[in-house]
Design a protein around this ligand. Sequence first.
Ligand SMILES: [Fe+2]
Ligand SMILES: [Fe+2]
Length: 243
Amino acid sequence: MDERRESVQKRAHRYQPRNADRGRILYNVSMEPRSFGMTDLLLGQIDRAIKVLSAPARARRGAPEQPCEDGALTDAERKESARLMRVNHAGEVSAQGLYQGQALTARDPDVAAAMQSAAADETDHLAWCESRLRELNGRTSLLNPLWYAGSFTIGALAGALGDRASLGFIGETERQVETHLRDHIARLPAADLRSRAILEQMKHDENLHGEKAISMGGAPLPLPLRVAMRLTARLMTRGSYWA
Ligand SMILES: [Fe+2]
Ligand SMILES: [Fe+2]
């Protein structure tokens, strides 16, 4: 029995594949380089959308240092905090859609990489808002699929206009988000220190995203477009506050 095993091992050892065969033999599949077509990209985006909308977000960074005292919140305050954090969570779902759409159509690899990096920060924000909502016994917005799909389309269109316009769009979006967060920080119940700490860190990050986009060559947007963006954002914040 041992002899037979030894002879099989020797035969296997003696066999040296030709260089051209090595990849095919080791992996038992053809290793021809694969090109990704439109269908692959589309399936990848659908997969991404499903994850954003239905799976718990995973943060790279821990949530900002949060005071642990929540006991001072009355029931009415807790409900108000949950509504505000639902709006912010919906905003982060939209940010995922925007950045994914823009990265898909970005032309310069540096611009695409900067967008992917900002999108990773947005995933942190999404995870922080999600966990804070859970602590407040709140729920996410029923309209999130709508916000994601709309934002993805707008992002892809902005990206298709060219990198300067796309970066300008990010600069303006982040500027408006920062203003919105400042307003929400002021509206949070005074005792909700944990939500406040999260929003402060998000505001800081959004500011950096906007500055980076402008420093990479973002063009200023025309006034009518800026107004249209503000109106769309208002629709989104009102809708997510109630639904
Ligand atoms: Fe964000
Ligand atoms: Fe951002």
